[in-house]
Write a protein that binds this ligand. Structure first.
Ligand code: NAD
Length: 257
């Protein structure tokens, strides 16, 4: 399957899942626009390395996804959008009665509101070209809850709900909107937590992974960024033309429990 000629914007893609998704879309032939709020040489170098490795056009555009105007400008500055992957996200953990208001506002803005703004800006481009894909990276926490993550869970459930509405508003066009709900994914951020947790609990790496991190993931394996990227590519394929308004869990059985 080739996504040659398609432009994909992936928000929050200078690391982790976003970068993995960008790489898999580029591997499938799409031109990619990487994004985060920083503007470092290494951000632009990441785009250059993807362009070289996969023979596609790859650009890095700085835009802060906590700001509505910046979200809309990202899509405009990209000059078009066939595939929109809303991935940017942050987390904060605290009981609800102690949850810092500024953290709540930032999580709702970056994890949920940004998807509203980018989708609103991208749909006219998709309609003009007669084809489009909106892929929202939600979470197992878009379908279930855990204590102390109120803002994240509110935002991710919100994204899942918004995905359904976008799907209904585009149902009679060649545009689909879906959410991928990953369980625990092995990103550099997660990997970096393992040594500290090993020390804290005096446990082996295997015990930390299986019995601390993956307690809710029945497979006892992390999902990988390549699997999230591969699922995104699938959603962009013709096989997924009639898949819209739904969620695909990549969670090792988490939501089956
Ligand atoms: P990460 O921290 O590696 O990636 C987050 C990305 O968002 C980074 O590129 C970061 O620069 C970017 N970002 C943060 N604030 C931003 C802002 N204001 N503007 C633009 N970009 C911003 O984490 P990740 O694990 O790769 O998470 C990516 C997405 O996947 C998030 O939405 C997260 O909720 C979701 N997710 C992650 C997991 C997991 O286990 N890692 C599980 C389920 C869902």
């Amino acid at each position: 399957m080739s996504l040659k000629g398609k432009t994909a914007i992936i928000t929050g893609s200078n690391s982790g899942i976003g970068l993995g998704v960008a790489r898999e879309l580029a591997r499938a032939g799409a031109d990619v626009v990487l994004n985060s709020f920083t503007n470092r040489d290494e951000d632009h170098a990441l785009a250059a390395s993807i362009a070289e490795e996969f023979g596609v056009t790859a650009r890095y555009i700085q835009a802060d996804m906590s700001k509505g105007d910046a979200c809309r400008d990202l899509v405009k500055d990209a000059g078009g959008c066939d595939i929109l992957v809303n991935n940017a996200g942050i987390q904060h953990v605290a009981p609800i009665d102690e949850f810092p208001v500024e953290k709540w506002d930032a999580i709702i803005a970056i994890n949920m509101n940004s998807a509203f703004h980018t989708t609103a800006a991208a749909l006219p481009y998709m309609r003009e070209r007669g084809w489009g894909r909106v892929v929202n990276i939600a979470s197992a926490h878009g379908l279930t809850a855990s204590p102390f993550k109120s803002a994240y869970i509110a935002a991710k459930h919100g994204v899942v709900g918004m995905t359904k509405t976008v799907a209904l508003e585009t149902a009679q066009e060649a545009i689909t909107a879906n959410a991928i709900c990953p369980g625990y994914v092995l990103t550099p951020l997660v990997e970096a937590q393992i040594p500290d947790t090993m020390r804290e609990y005096n446990m082996s790496r295997e015990d930390v992974v299986k019995n601390v991190m993956l307690t809710r993931q029945p497979s006892k394996e992390f999902a990988t960024v390549e699997q999230i990227g591969g699922t995104t590519v699938f959603l962009c394929s013709a096989a997924a033309d009639q898949i819209t308004g739904t969620t695909i869990s990549v969670d090792g059985g988490w939501t089956a429990l």
